[in-house]
Design a protein around this ligand. Sequence first.
Ligand code: SDX
Length: 430
Amino acid sequence: MTESKTATLSLDGKTYDLPVHSPTVGPDVLDITKLYGQAGVFTHDPGFTSTSACESTITYIDGGKGELLHRGYPIDQLAEKSHYLEVCYLLLYGELPSATQLEDFENRVTNHTMIHEQMVNFFRGFRRDAHPMAVMTGVVGAMSAFYHDSTDISDPWQREVASIRLIAKMPTIAAMAYKYTIGQPFVYPRNDCDYATNFLRMCFAVPAEEYVPNPILSRAMDRIFTLHADHEQNASTSTVRLAGSSGANPFACIAAGIACLWGPAHGGANQACLEMLKEIGSVDRIPEFIARAKDKNDPFRLMGFGHRVYKNFDPRATVMKKSADEVLDLLGVENNPLLQVAKELERVALEDPYFAEKKLFPNVDFYSGIILEAMGFPTSMFTPIFALSRTVGWISQWKEMIADPTGKIGRPRQLYTGSGARDYVDIESR
Ligand code: SDX
């Protein structure tokens, strides 16, 4: 970043010069680091809608243009020409790998896909009807109890090992969470399968017969992973950064990110979207729900629509929509009533002036939910798949923060509107 300009704040008859930093691309940022020390005031931005929380070189989003770049490469090109593990390398190390570098990276990930056998007992402590996100939050947090040799964040080599372990083991943990809730035996990863195929095998194979996923489904799965890999300073990534700023180990930080992603306004939206489609039930009930979404007195929102940053379209959704059509054609489920409702809801919402004015359009979660439903995943597995995909984004952002020598613990302040100081009143006098 460059410090090219200065902004002047005038307050209570005094003026304060604030440095303005210019990014490679995107809005300038007003540096208020010294504001409280100079002027004795805080800034106030509860949803961080106008706040830059860090400097980063990983992902750039232009909400107006519907642009998403990973280390400068547009998401539509990566989704079309690359694959998830190559995108993982790009996010982690900043450049596209050579053939040799990619082979070495994929081998390292492949050879870390199994989890410590003792962790199998950890799964057995959950109820069978536990939500897979609850299992993932617990099991990933517990990884710091099994992999002590990669929890020292001051050691770059341990940070690297923890990163590889998390990327490699997330599909295994997510698949085990699914198998456990449906009462089927765990399926171990295989080193002769690519990342996406391995995950589909661990979810859908059973000991009783061979299972080889259709390559179109493996490709669609890999594309879902790529489209969810990273997304700037979203809520769960900001959670991981804040947890990491205290020096917490990487497994604990990623567990915090999983917990935040679970929320229906964030990563839980794809599950909430399918549940909404089930609630709508049939095409003729769509107008009723569209009216509810417009009613200010009704808290109902169209899940899978809208975005904090994208105010025209979500570039990931464009790619995901294409994948959805491929998968539905392959599986011949275009007559599935749920998917019929989804397609009609998309058409109606996109034509409705209300949603156009509010910049509400289908986001990445709308289409990913449709693909995962068509693939046979229960809705409870949608967010675990999002968490699996986003692990590389979380850990890349965490590594960037930890490696910053100027980093300090995140500690926001507040606008206090509670009671002023007052003396304790004995209970007899209340
Ligand atoms: C993800 O941050 C990220 O990058 C997230 C993510 C990532 O990759 O990490 O992209 C993943 O979380 C995608 C978003 C998934 N969430 C949903 O699909 C849930 C439904 N969407 C909404 O909850 C909402 O759109 C948000 C949370 C996504 C965005 O909220 P904003 O930008 O804070 O929008 P807002 O709440 O200020 O709404 C603006 C207006 C409001 O009306 P007014 O008060 O101006 O009259 O639009 C309305 C809202 O009522 N609105 C909706 C709506 N979303 C916003 N109305 C109906 N349905 C909706 N979905």
